[in-house]
Design a protein. Structure first.
Ligand code: ZN
Length: 527
């Protein structure tokens, strides 16, 4: 049987990570992530998988981020019945991450169904429910780093620290390709962390592979070298400037890892008297639960600068629970620091805090994480003058600030270093990145001596035969989405167009002139 590898997501985009490996030793998936982005990308979540879930023998998860694990309950719902392998901390985190995701799936379906009912359309079902999550959790097998395990006869695997978030791992897989003892050795990077990051050591893995699949989220970005101290200094400056403006500082923050990093740094800054003693709210039920898991693993975390027992505890910290407590923050006049999720402003309580603050000139919205194309966070951080939140239009008067040094991802030189340290490698696949990022990383690898035809940039759903160290494209295994739609679609273009049109019409004082413009647009529609 010919071995093959299919990229069922995270190719030309950074979400929906899912690689399918078919071999004589079995059929398995590395990651099964949710697609996040514009509406065309979101719709992939409710479409069928491009493979039969029942035919998958086992699943390996690299980490608990939802773009790597968020479709696991759907996989189970649709018939997958094998073991799910992940590190111990990943399993602990997934208990909350997947429950939260189910909740979002259900409320999104409800909202869409209200709209569909008005249009006389049939209701849609959520991608999965909390029951599917619980079934998936039952199938999880927690494992340690660097210890071999046998998912099934003929296959061995082990996890390596990826330094990205708590529990994150790269996964090494070795499997028999025939009865005469030939084996194939592969490494999937998962998401890789930067060299310098609080809590976790830098990524590690062995060398010498037939195939390496490496992420390239920041394949085109060369960040300054930030030390832990340098990062905290930048945060300190931004917070002081923002608090001096007199308003609240709203920080859209990923519930997992980023929120805990920020809490730790703010704690240190408060202790040292470097920032004004403002109230700090962590307003995300998911972030609060993730924080509890971090506390459980406190002894294994690195570079903590407060006593382990005080980690995430400070008299100024409010770990918000109820909706009422969340609403009360709006009445806070003293200039508060509000950390809330989701990190890209696509759902959750952050939207309420944006509504309450984005139009106020004294407020600050501080972005500290990656913003994917088409998300509300991307629109705001790219300088939109007006935005729509929950169907209402808001002027952007708050200061929009962005600090890029809190990334949980390796940057371009770090990714290239990680790949070069794995050599010799017959073929390197660059996935989990937008096309510009993957091209830039490919160029750098060639400069460092990797042969151009040894680097493969897979397309979405593209499948490869793995024969004697080569990768022969078999084209797309499914036809689910256009390349163009991965980056942008008419829904987001339409939203921008509507805002501009409304602005233009409002700027015309003369009612006759305004009427004439509408008549002209009507005529254009008739064309
Ligand atoms: Zn990740």
């Amino acid at each position: 049987m010919v071995e093959s590898l299919t990229f069922c997501g995270a190719a030309g985009t950074v979400t929906g990570s899912c690689s399918l490996i078919t071999s004589g030793a079995g059929r398995f998936l590395v990651d099964c992530g949710l697609y996040q982005g514009n509406r065309s990308v979101d719709e992939l979540n409710s479409n069928p998988f491009p493979f039969d879930p029942e035919a998958i023998d086992f699943l390996v998860l690299t980490h608990a981020h939802i773009d790597h694990s968020g479709l696991v309950p759907k996989l189970v719902k649709e018939g997958f019945n094998g073991p799910i392998f992940a590190t111990r901390a990943t399993v602990d985190l997934l208990e909350f991450m997947l429950a939260d995701s189910a909740h979002i799936q259900e409320s999104n379906a409800e909202r869409r169904n209200r709209r569909r009912e008005r249009r006389g359309q049939k209701p849609i079902e959520p991608s999965y429910s909390i029951e599917d999550v619980n079934a998936a959790l039952e199938m999880m097998q927690p494992l340690e780093y660097e210890e071999w395990w046998d998912p099934q006869p003929g296959v061995r695997a082990r996890f390596w620290n990826a330094g990205h978030i708590l529990g994150s791992a790269s996964v090494e897989v070795k499997f028999d390709t025939d009865a005469s003892g030939n084996t194939l050795r592969m490494l999937f990077s998962g998401d890789l962390g930067p060299d310098q990051k609080v809590f976790h050591p830098e990524p590690d893995a062995p060398e010498g592979f037939d195939y390496v699949v490496c992420e390239s989220t920041y394949g085109d970005r060369d960040r300054e070298d930030y030390t832990l101290q340098g990062r905290r200094d930048t945060l300190c400056r931004e917070l002081n400037t923002a608090l001096e403006r007199g308003g609240n500082v709203v920080i859209p923050s990923f519930a997992l890892e980023r929120s805990q990093e920020l809490l730790h740094d703010i704690h240190v800054l408060l202790e040292k008297g470097k920032i004004h003693p403002a109230a700090v709210f962590l307003d995300s039920p998911l972030a609060r639960k993730a924080t509890e898991v971090f506390m459980r693993y406190a002894d294994s975390l690195e570079d903590i600068e407060v006593p382990n027992t005080d980690l995430f505890h400070h008299e100024k910290f409010h770990l918000v629970q109820t909706v009422q407590e969340s609403k009360n923050i709006n009445g806070y006049a003293g200039g508060a620091i509000i950390l809330s999720a989701s990190g890209m402003c696509t759902a959750g309580r952050i939207k309420h805090h944006l509504r309450a603050n984005i139009w106020r000139p004294e407020s600050t919205i501080l972005f500290v994480g990656y913003q994917a194309h088409g998300t509300l966070g991307h629109i705001i951080s790219n300088g939109a003058k007006k935005v729509r939140i929950h169907g209402r239009e808001f002027e952007v008067n708050a200061a929009i600030r962005r600090i890029g040094n809190y990334s949980a991802h390796a940057d371009q030189p770090e990714l290239a270093d990680w790949i070069m340290e794995r050599m010799p490698v017959a073929r390197v696949f660059l996935n989990h990145g937008e096309n510009d990022a993957r091209e830039a990383l490919r160029k750098l690898l060639i400069e460092r001596g990797v042969k151009p035809d040894h680097i493969v940039i897979p397309a979405f759903d593209e499948s490869f035969d793995l024969v004697a160290g080569t990768a022969l494209s078999k084209g797309r295994a499914a036809d689910r989405i256009e390349d163009e739609a991965l980056q942008r679609d008419w829904h987001s273009e339409y939203a921008v167009f509507i805002l501009r049109m409304a602005e233009q019409l409002r700027s015309i004082d003369d009612p006759i002139e305004r009427h004439q413009l509408i008549v002209k647009m009507e005529a254009a529609l008739q064309d």
